[in-house]
Design a binder for this molecule. Structure first.
Ligand code: SF4
Length: 174
């Protein structure tokens, strides 16, 4: 089994119409980077990025991004829905890994988040509360999917939402 477990965090975002969306960030206990080109083939319309490896796709109206060490699910109804999607994804990831000899992997690239654009939205104090030596390193980790907007404790809610929205734009082609 490639993916054995994950740890979840949630972020609630209110839009201009006072509608609250729930986002789920799952930190993966194992690195699943190698399965992404195979998983892209499993999900027909998935977009794959090779430089900063991730795939993104929509399932039943939910936007999903899968990175080597993180899964992000957008616009959830509640935490129970996140649990169902995560368990389903875990099965899909492990099945794609087991059947990789029968799947033609796809390495076709797609637009990626820019580290400097992410950095613009961070506090830029290099306070190290996120466990990284600088905000620049943290921004690079967000671009890779190894960190998420909720991992920067001093990041104010408004900037956190803007950062989340910026990352979401990399799904618009799906
Ligand atoms: S916690 Fe936020 S402000 Fe502090 S170093 Fe990390 S990214 Fe920068």
């Amino acid at each position: 089994m490639l993916l054995k477990g994950y740890t979840k965090k949630f972020l609630r975002v209110e839009n201009n119409s006072n509608i609250v969306s729930l986002y789920c960030f799952a930190d993966l206990h194992e690195d699943i980077g190698e399965v992404l080109p195979f998983l892209k083939e499993v999900f027909d319309e998935a977009v794959y990025s090779d430089e900063t490896p991730f795939i993104s796709f929509k399932i039943r109206g939910k936007k999903i991004m899968v990175y080597p060490r993180k899964i992000v699910i957008y616009a959830l109804k509640d935490e129970e829905e996140a649990d169902k999607i995560l368990e389903w994804l875990k099965r899909e990831i492990n099945e794609a890994w087991e059947k990789r000899a029968e799947i033609e992997p796809s390495y076709e690239g797609a637009p990626k988040p820019k580290v400097l654009e992410i950095l613009k939205l961070l506090p830029k104090t290099n306070c190290r509360e996120c466990g990284e030596p600088t905000c620049m390193v943290f921004a690079a980790k967000i671009a890779e999917g190894a960190k998420g907007p909720t991992d920067c404790p001093p990041l104010r809610e408004e900037k956190r939402i803007n950062l989340q929205k910026y990352m979401e734009t990399f799904q618009l082609e799906v």
